[in-house]
Unconditional design. Structure first.
Length: 403
């Protein structure tokens, strides 16, 4: 059955009383202009009991860890056979995806994920849990501080790690801060002020250039911004606009140090009642994968069909970009009229869900697969860049990547 999703958000600011809403709709047929060479040989395929929230490879390529059931369960798999080793049950997950708080330690012995033991009033200061790869036991859970009663628990909504594993960087829910943990002591080593509370938001670090990139998806009448901070000092370097609505995912190109962004196919209206104006925002769903340099200059646009970006990954050599894009529906005429479209097609082109792979250097779409009305989720290149794991609802597929 085709579905339409409507999402409303409300905002009250000190400067002005604002009403914010966004609408996501999707229905339609495949866009034949983007049908390219299909994906290569499938290595393995296996399923979990419910839709996949996130997946990631171990650095040694021996394991694939998958979170599912709204991030409440985590299972470890052998990617060659699909054999499951263990499952960890968390009390609370992160919903909705694509918030991805799932990462291996550099030695592939530990897995970091959002707090496994926070529920209701219990353990509201817990941020990250550390899981043993060998047996799935929770080795320890890291803490920050207890948030005010009217705020969400401090469960990590974003995660990044240094290459040597010495530091873990997390955004505890709505705190408006980044917390850096020293993994030799498992203590807070540094905090970074983001300047405002925000929705769960992607986080990427560039150690070579001493930079942190954060997508500040704020409830704010201004457009969404990418914020760049100094990794060492926390000083803000600059902010820039990537999308008019919101940035769902970030990835760092390890070769060029560009930041690759994945956007959301939504219509958003923001009304400033004091001024009596309604402003409408929308990003072209065919251009929702983009790259920027550290100055905020757009360097690449990777074209493709589909709507919101549900998964985004760079190959380890920085030569390939993969993305999963969710289906989108034709825009109802009344909504199209509100956004100033003479016809619905001027606002949005209906499309199926697609899995897409581009050449990162020349923007060429080199492989794609049409998944029709299915919901695509997270994806990730293997550490050697020769395989790609991706989720279609509750099923995980692993394919070879032709170079």
């Amino acid at each position: 059955m085709n579905k339409a999703q409507y999402r409303c958000r409300f905002l009250f600011t000190a400067a002005a009383l604002c009403f914010v809403f966004s609408i996501t709709v999707s229905r339609g047929s495949a866009d034949e202009n983007f049908n390219k060479r299909s994906l290569d040989q499938e290595i393995a395929a296996f399923s979990v009991p419910s839709s996949v929230s996130a997946l990631t490879w171990s650095p040694d390529g021996r394991y694939l860890v998958v979170s599912y059931d709204r991030d409440r369960k985590i299972s470890l798999f052998d990617p060659r056979t699909g054999r499951r080793s263990w499952t960890v049950q968390k009390l609370t997950g992160i919903d909705p995806p694509p918030q991805k708080v799932l990462q291996f330690s550099p030695d592939s012995r530990l897995i970091y994920t959002s707090s496994a033991d926070t529920a209701g009033p219990q353990n509201r200061d817990h941020t990250l849990s550390v899981i043993s790869v060998s047996d799935g036991s929770v080795v320890r859970t890291l803490r920050y501080r207890v948030p005010p009663p009217n705020r969400a628990p401090a469960i990590a909504a974003a995660l990044a790690a240094s290459r040597d594993g010495a530091r873990l960087y997390a955004i505890p829910s709505e705190t408006g801060e980044i917390v850096a943990y020293d993994t030799s002591k498992w203590e807070v080593a540094q905090t970074y002020d983001l300047g405002t509370n925000s929705y769960p938001t992607p986080l990427v670090i560039d150690e070579e250039r001493d930079l942190i990139f954060v997508a500040k998806n704020r409830l704010d009448p201004e457009n969404q911004k990418i914020q760049i901070l100094r990794l060492g000092s926390g000083e803000e370097v600059r902010t820039f606009e990537s999308f008019q609505v919101s940035t769902r995912l970030l990835a760092l190109n390890p070769r060029t140090h560009e930041i690759v962004t994945g956007g959301e196919s939504s219509f958003e209206g923001r009304a400033d009642r004091r001024r009596g104006q309604m402003l409408y925002f929308h990003d072209d769903s065919r251009t929702l994968v983009r790259a920027y340099d550290a100055t905020g200059q757009k360097t690449h646009v990777y074209p493709g069909p589909g709507g919101s970006v549900a998964g985004l990954s760079m190959s380890s050599d920085g030569m390939l970009i993969a993305a999963s894009k969710q289906r989108i529906l034709a825009v109802p005429p009344d909504i199209a009229a509100r956004f100033g479209c003479a016809s619905p097609s001027q606002c949005e082109t209906p499309s199926h869900s697609y899995l897409l792979i581009w050449n990162a250097e020349n923007n060429e779409l080199i492989a794609s697969k049409d998944y029709g009305q299915a919901f695509l989720g997270d994806l990730e290149f293997s550490p050697d860049g020769n395989s790609l794991a991706y989720a279609v609802e509750s099923r995980i597929h692993i394919v070879r990547v032709r170079r």
